[in-house]
Design a protein around this ligand. Structure first.
Ligand code: ADP
Ligand code: MG
Length: 697
């Protein structure tokens, strides 16, 4: 047991300097951390591709052939070495940016090489950058016959010699030292029932599988236990919450709710909105705290449901708050809600990062003495200084933008936790939602307000650009407005930034005399808000933007959204962006601009967008296409630090784990039975570490 807690510094081959790097770059502090640093993929070194078979969708390929035509090209930063790599079926290019001299000198023209690397598409041709190379006679037969683990590493680690291979080496040193400290954590009953391999064997095989079968067994075992213990915690926490945590009972529907409903509601509620409101009322009328996820497609009218729930809380003497992920969105909620309630005696405040200190003090005071009924804002609401007299209802909009810890803070803003409604336009299957967001109950708005015209989605390549621009011109002449969105996936990427600015300039040239706004993440938030509000007021006709406008923004007069390099966006992001139009009475259009050469997956995404506007259908496709890691554009890591399981791909294991955890807790709620001793031991261990998130998610 103890060995697992040893500092990583003391592993042979590490030492103080590397330990520092491992801690900083990979969060590996102890022997145990390294043991749990699993390979993220395995390469089947028995499989060889032919050059004619490969494409840029393949993660890694192993090829065999000859290298010739070595050429040093470019100067300074663009200096590189290229070579032609050829087998009987075709040829590709190999490229090196570093170590070029050494490579040039060591490659022999008449030798056969094994090349291993990731195929890329560059200028319409396949190349491999920095391939691993081995000449055939160096390659021992024994080395060929296995699955090679690939550990992810970072540039600073590789620079210090901690490459994928080096990490594998460290792990092979580690394993024999810790293997006896790994304790079984499942009951023999479960092990038998699921036909699992022992835990120690699983750890050995996850790092060094001898074949695909042993790898799969190890993966299954480790995924199962990971998900099983999460479920066990979640279910137990729910039991505890229901038994011990008192919520505020919102028993009456009173004056404000009724006044709003009868006199100020601008339209008839949809049936879905009515149903969800009933669900919320029902939850809040009980003594326990509500913890509910509201899923509804973009434009389905979630805000109104939130507002009416808030009115219910006010009727019962409680304050409420609504938290949104961006200033723009918070501002917009503030305006919408202030307008809707303008004739009612309700005090609403807006608190964001850009509110001045003096103003803040006033807001804080009015909250603490109970004058303010509704506080709307951004992360600023989470600060400890923000205290309520009696907070009873919390709404979190676009909740996937917030981490669990942030939501947790809201729980502590009153003596009993307030009711919590989290909202999202990024639908995920109900079962998955339960797991991701702990013991949340789920409500769904599956109906759009009447009279909406379906957005017309068109996919165009470069040759359609002139037509696209002409179309925007026509719509603007009709009095409409347009968004043009550029991918600035990582706001610091200079190339993306240049594209955006070039785009801006070219649009300014094309649309002379029109007012054009630009909004991107590197701007100060006051400037962003200023431009956004000019656009919202109709003072500018075109809004050039990055994905900062992705969530929530509501400008009903905007009828066109053009998405540049659309193939680079994820599906849910495209769907969110498209949701910026189609908010008014006019026919709206979404134009997806893409390059000519895009991956099959990219094509699939764009085809899906053209085919349907149904967010749930899009989520399904996303689920099928998505690679590991990124859940609907959400960072999984913040929510659940999963080491091996993937909530999307391993949904079947997840369901099974949940079901078995439920059965177990029904039979043995406190895990007191002798046969469950191993489970209890592990449960206690991880609960100490993870109590925080499981309590609040
Ligand atoms: P989202 O669910 O994406 O947050 P919003 O709450 O912003 O959607 O609502 C989108 C638009 O639909 C708003 O302009 C809102 O006023 C309008 N809306 C909401 N509910 C209804 C309804 N029942 N009938 C007509 N329009 C509605
Ligand atoms: Mg919204």
């Amino acid at each position: 047991m103890q060995e697992l807690f040893n500092s990583i510094e003391y592993l042979k081959g590490v030492g103080p300097k590397r330990a520092e790097l491992l801690r900083k770059e990979l969060g590996i502090h102890t022997f145990g951390d390294l043991l749990h640093y699993f390979p993220f993929r395995y390469v089947d070194k028995t499989k060889f591709y032919k050059i004619s078979e490969i494409n840029s969708d393949l993660p890694y390929v192993q090829l065999v052939g000859h290298i010739n035509n070595l050429q040093e090209l470019g100067a300074k930063h663009s200096k590189r070495l290229t070579a032609k790599f050829q087998d009987e079926n075709g040829a590709i290019e190999l490229v090196w940016f570093k170590g070029t001299k050494w490579i040039k000198d060591s490659i022999k023209a008449n030798k056969k090489y094994v090349v291993f690397g990731k195929p890329n598409l560059y200028n319409g041709k396949i190349n491999i950058v920095h391939p691993e190379l081995e000449s055939i006679d160096e390659k021992h037969q024994t080395k060929l016959n296995k699955l090679q683990p690939i550990y992810s590493t970072t540039e600073s680690l590789s620079n210090k010699g901690l490459t994928n291979k080096a990490i594998g080496k460290l792990t092979s040193v580690l394993l024999p030292q810790v293997i006896n400290s790994i304790k079984e954590n499942l009951s023999s009953e479960l092990i038998q029932k699921l036909n699992l391999i022992p835990r120690r064997e699983a750890y050995t095989n996850i790092h060094f599988p001898t074949n695909t079968k042993t790898l799969q067994q190890a993966q299954y075992r480790l995924k199962f236990e990971e998900l099983f213990f999460i479920q066990l915690q979640l279910i137990r926490m729910k039991i505890v919450r229901q038994q011990k945590l008192k919520g505020f009972t919102l028993s009456q529907i009173g004056e404000h709710f009724n006044n709003f409903f009868h006199n100020h509601l601008p339209f008839e509620l949809t049936n879905a909105q009515k149903r969800v409101l009933k669900e919320i009322r029902h939850d809040c009328a009980k003594e326990s705290q509500m913890n509910r996820l509201l899923q509804g497609d973009v434009g389905s009218g979630k805000t109104l449901v939130a507002l009416m729930s808030i009115l219910m809380a006010i009727d019962n003497g409680f304050q409420s708050c609504l938290m949104a992920p961006t200033e723009i969105l918070a501002q917009q909620h503030f305006e919408t809600i202030s307008n809707l309630l303008s004739e009612m005696p309700i005090k609403i405040s807006l608190l964001t990062g850009s509110v001045k200190k003096s103003q803040r003090t006033i807001i804080h005071e009015a909250l603490e003495n109970g004058e303010t009924h509704i506080l709307i804002g951004t992360h600023a609401l989470l600060e400890d200084k923000v205290k309520f007299k009696n907070l009873g209802f919390v709404v979190i909009d676009e909740q996937h933008r917030f981490g669990v810890a942030q939501r947790a803070k809201m729980w502590l803003k009153n003596s009993n936790p307030p009711h919590v409604l989290v909202m999202t336009a990024t639908p995920i299957p109900r079962t998955l939602a339960m797991t991701l967001y702990g013991d949340l109950d789920v409500s769904i708005i599956d109906e759009l307000p009447p009279g909406r015209k379906a957005i017309n989605t068109i996919w165009k390549s470069e040759s359609g650009r002139l037509a696209m621009l002409g179309f925007i011109q026509k719509e603007i002449e009709k009095g409409r407005q347009a968004y043009i969105v550029y991918p600035l996936i990582n706001e610091s990427e200079t190339l993306d930034y240049k594209d955006l600015m070039d785009g801006y300039e070219s649009i300014c040239r094309t649309f002379k005399g029109k007012q054009i706004s630009i909004v991107h993440g590197q701007m100060k938030s006051e400037d962003k808000d200023f431009e956004m509000s000019r656009f919202a007021k109709g003072e500018t006709q075109i809004m050039i933007a990055t994905t900062v406008i992705e969530v929530g923004v509501n400008v009903p007069n905007a009828s066109i959204i053009v998405i540049e390099s659309a193939e680079r966006f994820g599906l849910s992001q495209l769907h969110q962006l498209r949701g910026r139009v189609g908010r008014g009475a006019e026919q709206s259009y979404c134009i997806l601009m893409s390059g000519n050469k895009i991956s099959t997956e990219g094509q699939e995404r764009l085809k899906t967008m053209v085919r349907t506007t149904d967010g749930f259908e899009i989520a399904e496709v996303d689920l099928k296409l998505r690679g590991p890691g990124d859940l609907m554009g959400t960072q999984q890591s913040g929510m659940l630090e999963l080491k091996i399981a993937d909530l999307m791909k391993d949904n079947a294991i997840l369901q099974y784990a949940r079901q078995l955890a439920l059965t177990l807790l029904e039979e043995d709620p406190e895990l007191k039975l002798p046969k469950n001793k191993a489970i209890l031991g592990h449960y206690k261990e991880i609960s100490n570490k993870q109590l925080e998130w499981s309590r609040i998610s």
